[in-house]
Write a protein that binds this ligand. Structure first.
Ligand code: GAP
Length: 488
């Protein structure tokens, strides 16, 4: 058995579409850029990822509870959070191709070229200069830097650039039934603010004591200028965020604790250590005093899947100021009132999905000589796989189909099981491999005599003979979320 060539993003996109994981949104109208729909297998995988995250937060920690806040929020929320004034990307257009780019990404691309050419110092110098100019809001300076670096538009090949302008990433819409009553509101660009504005509601109604956390899973929207790389950068996406409220002064300790805990989570769901790394932020977001990304090695390189941010008391303090409602907590242990500091963990469900999918996609050459062929399968952790078991009668006749159906029925209440009798058994194994089903249960003539079946294991393709009565426990053990939660 040998490993086939490296997987490209195109392999991933094609496989995801062909086997019902991800479709372009409104495809019959040629799609909508950077918006995607999850299909029948994709939604199962995504739900499993969301469930394991939810349980890892709210089930494994006595002091973390969940909420589900609305997408629409009072517009002042976004003033307080800094998003109205500061949630911008610097954009630049090429006058010849009319293509729009993020100025910072053009410069980061150039720094990457330096790094690849063995000039890491030059790369760092460029990033530092970019950070300085962006920090000083010197957009003319950013444009000069792009020109000085000789950066050209990949489409037109020219350096005929417009000025750099700031572009707010929030989508806005109107509420109100008549135009005069209408007021502008935003589609939330992060779920975190729904947690901040409910901080006291949860603390008081749940009698929570600092340190404690509030977790949430939900949609977020950003009008990304350059949306590419499939579900990596979307305009509508889902975040899984947890705000951990701590005593001021203890935030760095908690920041380090969560940094490690989140890395452990990614390893526990099956992402290999060598495909994960930390990346400290060079340029801190407007709310953070420390920030690190956990990056996964996608086919297009190491990129962020999760951010861990020490957000100080920035959000609660600003909400207190703008709402005129105190956001303080009385800490009875030290007899003090304070606005808690916050350590946030924020992972994109879609990016985690993409990382899990890329990691699972496996192409191997199997067999020898004439019988050699390529085999593709998705090696998901069994607890994450969209379908856990497929029951396959060797043939449809002589009662085998009915026997297989009764076994599928027996297993369905414990885990997701499908029945398939269409085509030769080899083809049916392949079909299940392609969606990552970890166990195929074959029903043959021996089953009719002694109630035993074979379990075929997806990754090794090895088969073992077991009694029907053992199936529920044996497979149920392997596919339980507990297997992941125990490893966190
Ligand atoms: N509340 C903090 C926050 O929103 P962020 O680094 O901007 O921080 C957190 O986003 C995570 O959300 C990212 O690590 C990524 O996984 C996901 N994310 C952000 N923008 C995204 C986009 N356009 N498409 C898909 N996922 C995105």
């Amino acid at each position: 058995m040998s490993q086939a060539p490296a997987t490209s993003l195109q392999d991933i996109i094609s496989h995801a579409k062909e086997y019902g994981f991800v479709f372009p949104s409104s495809e019959i109208y040629d799609g909508l850029q950077a918006v995607y729909d999850y299909g029948q297998t994709g939604v199962e995988l995504k739900n499993n990822l969301k469930t394991v995250w939810w349980k890892a937060m709210t089930q494994l920690h006595d002091n973390i509870v969940g909420i589900d806040a609305a997408i629409f929020m009072h517009p002042l929320t976004w003033k307080a959070s800094g998003h109205v004034d500061g949630f911008n990307d610097p954009m630049i257009d090429n006058k010849d191709s009319k293509k729009r780019y993020r100025a910072d990404q053009l410069l980061e691309g150039k720094a990457e070229e330096y790094r690849e050419a063995g000039q890491p110092d030059k790369a760092q110098e460029l990033l530092n200069e970019m950070g300085r100019l962006l920090g000083a809001e010197d957009l003319a300076g950013v444009r000069d830097l792009i020109i000085a670096e000789g950066i050209k538009c990949p489409v037109s090949g020219t350096a005929n650039w417009t000025d750099v302008r700031q572009f707010n990433l929030m989508f806005s819409t109107q509420v109100g039934s008549v135009a005069e009553d209408a007021s502008q509101i935003y589609l939330r660009p992060e779920t975190a603010q729904g947690i901040f504005v409910n901080f006291l509601n949860v603390q008081k109604s749940g009698r929570m004591k600092v340190p404690f956390g509030i977790a949430q899973i939900g949609k977020a929207f950003r009008n990304e200028i350059v949306a590419r790389q499939f579900t990596f950068r979307m305009r509508e996406f889902e975040q899984m965020e947890m705000q951990f409220f701590v005593r001021p002064g203890s935030e760095m300790e908690w920041y380090n604790t969560w940094k490690e805990a989140r890395m452990k989570f990614h390893k526990a769901i099956g992402l290999p250590a060598e495909s994960l790394q930390y990346h400290d932020h060079e340029k801190l977001a407007h709310y953070a005093n420390a920030a690190v990304d956990i990056e996964y090695k996608f086919p297009f390189g190491f990129r962020e899947i999760e951010g861990i941010h020490s957000r100080t008391d920035f959000d609660l303090r600003n909400h207190q100021e703008l709402s005129k409602k105190k956001q303080q907590y009385f800490d009875s242990e030290i007899n003090q009132n304070y606005i808690p500091y916050v350590v946030e963990t924020s992972v994109g469900a879609d990016r985690l999905f993409l990382a899990t999918f890329c990691n699972a996609y496996t192409r191997e050459t199997v067999g020898e000589g004439e019988g050699q062929k390529e085999r593709v399968y998705l090696k998901f952790h069994p607890a994450l796989a969209p379908v856990k078991a497929a029951v396959l009668p060797l043939v449809k006749k002589d009662g085998l189909a009915e026997k297989a159906q009764s076994i599928a029925q027996l297993l369905k209440s414990s885990f997701r099981t499908v029945y398939d009798d269409n085509a030769a058994i080899g083809k049916r194994y392949t079909r299940q491999d392609l969606i990552g089903t970890p166990y195929c249960i074959a029903v043959d003539y021996q089953t009719m005599e002694d109630d035993t079946v074979t379990i075929r294991h997806r990754d090794s393709m090895e088969q073992e003979r077991v009694h029907i009565n053992e199936l529920k426990d044996k497979i149920g053990y392997e596919v339980a979320m507990e297997r992941i939660l125990e490893a966190i």
